[in-house]
Design a binder for this molecule. Structure first.
Ligand SMILES: *[C@@H]1O[C@H](CO)[C@@H](O)[C@H](O)[C@H]1NC(C)=O
Ligand SMILES: *[C@@H]1O[C@H](CO)[C@@H](O)[C@H](O)[C@H]1NC(C)=O
Ligand SMILES: *[C@@H]1O[C@H](CO)[C@@H](O)[C@H](O)[C@H]1NC(C)=O
Length: 597
């Protein structure tokens, strides 16, 4: 069963040379038993990723309706409606302007002696009474959101609403730190130690969140949880993608991420709804992080990392493990040839190490491309997060709409798997961002409630597609010598966008429709920006800085790969080697250079 193909190839003298990592994959099995095992193992880690990203939304969710608490009324056997009728004034003009505003004021109460009034039989307020700010805290209507989040518990409402967003920003500030710390660990001590450390930190910090009892302790916990974000999943994702043969990469990458992420993030709202306690929610959503403790026994260390750090023997041990599990037999001379190629590559790689991220800005055209990529990525994250956070303004029953919006990840993945390699990165990004923009505008124009929410969900589908194209596109465009640093730079700047994303919803304080209008304008302008980037489909990857600078110069603005692929163009654009999702990582030099190995 195991012998068949490879030895006969050798005898014919037809066996192709083993020049890089991808060449040896067919011998150990490109999509064998071990790869499928890893594919399944991606599930818990993708769940971790989705939960880390979105749990905070539910930890800080506040009911739409709240009003001042008046302790004096408690002894009087009044229903909430009766209490409101007596103690809460109608919302004033400023409050009514807010999206999702309630008819009664959220932050004002009448300043009168209720005991006296009740004794004289008064049950309905007189609008001429003097009002004051809430003095004894707030009551919440828990009909739609059946639990008190930390934001409700600590009363982050009225002039303190921004605290929820500030906590969200702390989370992403944490991811910035985590990206640097765990990126360093991954490069110097290996991918597996980084993966385990990162998940362990996320796990314990999520548990610690339970004990948070103030804004600052909550922020601190979230900041530490945030350090796990991204790396907890990315490291494994890249390992898996590396071990899968190039022709299966697009499929495995899109399927695993698309399906797992869509499922995980669309069930999260229901978990939150069903648990209905933010502390338990924090613990339950941390549970999948614990998988990291058994990870090292199942997950193989990245062979490419071994190679790039000079440990070729260990890399070969790893490959032998795949050989065993996949039930293949590989001739020793194949490993020998591989060892030689690796040693050559290591030598060549040394010469790449003198480049820094600043080299991206030394050539004018490359500098322009880089800046455009950064702006493109920033804007897209703001649009993405903006749509996520805006959902709570659009729909009081946020659980259903959040779940549906998250589910759009699934069609996004399918659309990408089918179209990305036909239509090209450029037009696909343009169309998806334009779709996001158009539906954002339509959402503004449609009546509040269901119709707006549906339009916003379509907009989210658009930005989901664009976000999935994003990193692959950037990695394909930047020249090899600085690709990893370039992608990291874009990634890290992206965290700033995450930090400001949650504040988009406060534009609603200026005018209720403003968040959607801004998101629409932003995605429209980003869509047009994409058209000024070169297409990378079927291109050779640029290697040197000069190639990066000249990349796509010859392309016509109107070139659409699926329509106008003339014979000459086909000749000029040779098929590039699979680097699918090479850039889907916060990457270090070795990480992406090794993807090229
Ligand atoms: C409170 O009011 C409800 C209805 O208004 C009444 O059924 C109930 O008996 C009252 N309870 C007390 C303790 O007065
Ligand atoms: C609470 O919300 C529900 C559903 O929106 C509504 O039916 C109920 O009247 C509200 N209660 C109060 C006290 O406003
Ligand atoms: C309200 O009036 C009652 C009876 O007149 C009085 O005993 C009580 O002290 C007053 N409460 C406040 C807060 O002024």
């Amino acid at each position: 069963m195991t012998v068949a193909v490879e030895p006969s190839k050798v005898e014919d003298g037809k066996r192709s040379k083993i020049e890089n990592f991808d060449d040896i994959l067919p011998y150990i099995g490109e999509a064998g038993r071990y790869q499928w095992l890893l594919f399944i193992l991606l599930l818990p880690f993708t769940v971790v990723y989705a939960f880390l990203y979105f749990t905070q939304f539910f930890l800080t969710l506040t009911p739409e309706q709240y009003w001042c608490k008046v302790p004096e009324l408690d002894g009087w056997n009044l229903t909430d409606h009766e209490k409101i009728a007596l103690s809460i004034p109608a919302a004033n003009a400023d409050e009514l302007k807010l999206e999702g505003a309630t008819a009664v004021s959220r932050c004002q109460m009448y300043a009168v002696n209720y005991t006296e009034l009740l004794m004289t039989g008064v049950r309905v307020a007189d609008p001429s009474w003097a009002t004051t700010k809430c003095e004894h805290g707030w009551s919440f209507n828990y009909t739609n959101i059946p639990y008190a989040s930390i934001a409700a518990e600590l009363e982050w409402v009225c002039d303190k609403t921004y605290l929820s967003s500030a906590a969200q920003s702390a989370f992403f500030a944490g991811s910035m730190i985590g990206g640097l710390v765990f990126g360093y660990v991954a490069d110097h001590y290996g991918r597996i130690p980084a993966l385990v450390a990162c998940n362990a930190v996320g796990f314990f910090a999520s548990i610690a969140t339970v004990f948070a009892n103030s804004f600052w302790s909550f922020c601190l916990c979230r900041l530490v949880v945030g350090t796990a974000f991204d790396n907890c999943f990315n490291i494994l994702f890249i390992i898996v993608i590396e071990y899968v043969g190039p022709k299966y990469r697009t499929l495995i990458a899109n399927l695993s991420f698309g399906i797992y992420f869509a499922v995980a993030s669309s069930i999260l709202p229901w978990i939150a709804y069903w648990i209905a306690d933010w502390r338990i929610l924090s613990v339950v959503t941390a549970a999948p992080l614990a998988i990291a403790f058994v990870g090292p026994w199942i997950v193989p260390e990245s062979a490419r990392w071994y190679i790039s750090s000079g440990k070729v023997d260990k890399a070969i041990d790893m490959l032998k493990r795949f050989e065993r599990v996949n039930g293949k037999t590989v001739q020793p001379e194949i490993y020998e040839e591989f060892r030689e190629s690796c040693n050559n590559i290591i030598k060549n790689d040394k010469s790449h190490n003198n480049y820094t991220v600043l080299d991206l800005f030394k050539k004018p055209r490359l500098a322009r491309i880089t800046v455009m990529l950064i702006i493109w990525w920033l804007a897209m994250i703001i649009v993405f997060d903006g749509h996520v956070w805006n959902m709570k303004l659009l729909d009081p029953n946020v659980f259903m709409s959040f779940s549906l919006a998250a589910l759009t990840e699934l069609p996004a993945a399918i659309i990408l798997a089918i179209l990305l390699d036909r239509w090209g990165r450029r037009w696909m990004s343009f169309l998806s961002l334009a779709m996001c923009g158009i539906f954002s505008f339509i959402a503004v124009a449609t009546p509040a409630g269901g119709p707006t929410v549906i339009m916003a969900i379509f907009a989210r589908l658009g930005v989901n597609i664009a976000a999935n194209i994003g990193f692959q596109y950037a990695a394909e465009m930047l020249p090899t010598v600085v690709r990893a640093q370039g992608v990291s730079l874009i990634h890290i700047i992206g965290y700033f966008a995450h930090i400001i994303g949650p504040y988009i919803v406060y534009l609603a304080d200026v005018a209720p429709q403003l968040p959607l209008v801004v998101l629409g304008l932003l995605s429209m302008s980003t869509a047009f920006l994409t058209l000024f980037l070169p297409e990378t489909l079927d291109q050779d990857l640029p290697e040197s800085l000069q190639e990066g600078n000249d990349f796509g110069k010859e392309q016509s603005f109107w070139w659409i790969p699926c329509i106008s692929r003339t014979p000459e163009k086909k000749k000029a654009y040779r098929k590039k080697l699979g680097v699918t999702n090479a850039g889907f990582n916060p990457g270090s030099l070795s990480r992406i250079d090794s993807t090229k190995l």
